[in-house]
Ligand binder design. Sequence first.
Ligand SMILES: Cc1cc2nc3c(=O)[nH]c(=O)nc-3n(C[C@H](O)[C@H](O)[C@H](O)COP(=O)(O)OP(=O)(O)OC[C@H]3O[C@@H](n4cnc5c(N)ncnc54)[C@H](O)[C@@H]3O)c2cc1C
Length: 433
Amino acid sequence: MSGHPWPSEAPAPAPGFEGLASQAAQAHASTPPDNAAAGGQAGAGAADAGGRRPPSVLIVGGSMGGCCAAVALGHVGCRVEVFEKAPGDLKSQGAGLVVQPDLAAFLQRYGAVRSIEEVCVRSAGRQYVDSNGRVIGGNDELQLFSAWDVLHRAVKARVPPQLYHSSSSVAAVAAAPGGVSITLQGGQQHSGDLLVGCDGPGSLVRRTFLPDATSEYQGYVAWRGLVPEQDLPQHVLEFIQNKFTVHQMPRSHILAYIIPGADGSTQPGGRRVNWVWYVNTPADSLPALFEDVHGHHHLYSVPRGLLRDEVAAERKVAARKELPPALADLVGHTRDVFVQAIHDQLAPRLALSDSCCLLGDAGCILRPHTAAGTTKAAVDATALAASLQRCAFQLGPALREYECSQLALARHLVDVGRSIGTRSQFPERAGQD
Ligand SMILES: Cc1cc2nc3c(=O)[nH]c(=O)nc-3n(C[C@H](O)[C@H](O)[C@H](O)COP(=O)(O)OP(=O)(O)OC[C@H]3O[C@@H](n4cnc5c(N)ncnc54)[C@H](O)[C@@H]3O)c2cc1C
């Protein structure tokens, strides 16, 4: 760390994930060997040793959490159906991400990738740079980086297409003893045994069962961007040198690293540079920043392609004033700047009834510093499948076991993110938590 005062985007493994790969291994070990893709081919009618059938599962949300849940639950014999409100391929809301060992284990175990190297760029260590761009510290720690869109594609490809329903916005959910049901916008109804809310930070499932569990804005935003290597001047690429590059400023920092291209390419020339710049921002300026090109107001993030031009232009001017020249050029060459408000949220429960639970961001929003959001979604999915199997598909006990382990993990990661964020953005408050 070379005396650097805080870790940023925690090096693998993220705190709290240690050992969870073995849980995934246990789930896998007892999986029928031929049940290669999600979809519960064994689900309709297959019985476990205790005589109970794996449940039919309705999954709300088809992002990383929803797809991971479909794959893991399909593997233990559940019949799953995924309902995603977005049409077609999901527009990535995330960008680059650190591939933690448990995420790599998930992808390999469930056949989403043959080798993790296929979807990753390996960094050649870290470098810390000063305001002139001089290297002032670093290390040789190798990390694997990938891209949200590349990984989502890989996991979604393991969900049989007939079980993944795009353009299916869930308008209402209900869970009663003996069964769950969802109503789509348009009125169509579906029923099943188990409902899994993978519908992200604004979760309808969470709001239905826990109307008081709200999230809290933490006083800063993450400006983000992805730039294809071929759009960048050579000096910017030479500056980043395939290193996790960090520049720390008072109450702010920016980081950048190389990730695969939009088509998954990991070869030099075909990759992208990902950057994230944390900036303290008063809550009362968010409504103006988070109003998109269509006049729609967002709470958590303005996705790529929807940020108003004048807001992106202001950020590029600020970059020129505040960042080392090469990083200012990186921001300046970004076509689609996007922005994410940093919120903390931890649902008090994940098991909402004996037949309904939350998974991924619906249950807990993690700060990006933890580099753990996507990994946690995969780990939650694995844990849910493992609990169902261990409890012989008795939903009540399985969901309680799932809640116990995953709520503890979520709590831990929320605390880690809060601690890193406070030291980075509000150092005067450090130690007061
Ligand atoms: C701007 C941004 C950047 C991020 N960057 C990173 C990163 O770099 N690294 C990382 O590890 N994590 C990152 N994350 C977090 C990461 O995206 C999530 O942790 C991960 O995708 C798991 O989330 P999820 O599937 O639980 O929820 P989400 O990804 O939020 O998905 C929820 C899904 O539910 C759908 N949905 C919502 N409501 C309904 C409804 N009523 N009916 C049907 N569908 C519905 C949504 O359309 C969406 O597809 C980022 C998140 C955001 C917002």
